[in-house]
Design a protein around this ligand. Structure first.
Ligand SMILES: Cc1cc2nc3c(=O)[nH]c(=O)nc-3n(C[C@H](O)[C@H](O)[C@H](O)COP(=O)(O)O)c2cc1C
Length: 182
């Protein structure tokens, strides 16, 4: 009964969740680029976390490739973004786009709120955010969500919550149990 947490993280929020989850599951958390085919093949369950980047999930191609290469390994996915968890329509839309049906129907998925740290972004993302913020400024005049998002992004925030990982851990544990008692 083995598991691994693989994560894609640029500014550290997804990594923090991955480390908390790994801590509770008593397994390793590694950046997805460092998780080899051998590492994945040795697992019953892999928990994969990626941050939302313009509605796509970082690490998504790795996940797709690993699922195809290792059909006997169960994957659990958590996406991390700046979107508040209460905006369930946007959250569900993002997860559905990142894990399209029917290919990913058997993959349990969760959303955890990350944060925003402009200073830690790469150059390309800094530029992308500048353009995004400009567009949001106009939208914020008539759209409450755009205004809230704009405020959070301008000032930066940490929305991580250790308690929010519980459903992810419970799900991974139940899949690990199934692996022991097929
Ligand atoms: C260029 C860019 C695009 C983003 N797109 C989204 C998005 O589509 N949805 C969302 O909820 N958050 C989005 N975010 C916010 C990040 O997902 C959020 O900051 C996340 O916590 C970053 O995780 P990390 O610290 O692990 O890199 C975006 C951030 C950047 C810089």
């Amino acid at each position: 009964m083995t598991c691994l947490v693989a994560y894609a993280s640029q500014t550290g929020f997804t990594r923090a969740y991955a480390e908390w989850i790994a801590d509770d599951l008593e397994c390793r958390a590694v950046a997805y680029g460092q998780a080899t085919d051998e590492d994945v093949a040795a697992c019953d369950v892999v928990v994969m976390g990626g941050w939302f980047h313009a509605a796509s999930l970082a690490g998504g191609s790795w996940l797709k490739r690993m699922r195809k290469a290792h059909p006997n390994v169960r994957f659990v996915v958590f996406g991390v973004g700046a979107t508040p968890v209460e905006w369930t329509d946007q959250v569900e839309e993002g997860l559905a786009r990142a894990l399209p049906s029917p290919d990913f129907d058997d993959v349990p998925r969760f959303y955890l709120r990350g944060g925003f740290d402009y200073a830690k972004l790469g150059l390309r993302d800094k530029l992308m955010m500048k353009l995004f913020l400009k567009a949001q400024e106009k939208a914020a005049q008539s759209d409450e969500r755009a205004a809230a998002m704009l405020e959070g992004m301008r000032e930066g925030f940490d929305g991580t919550d250790r308690d929010a990982i519980v459903p992810v851990v419970v799900c991974a544990r139940s899949l690990l149990d199934e692996a022991v008692r097929p």
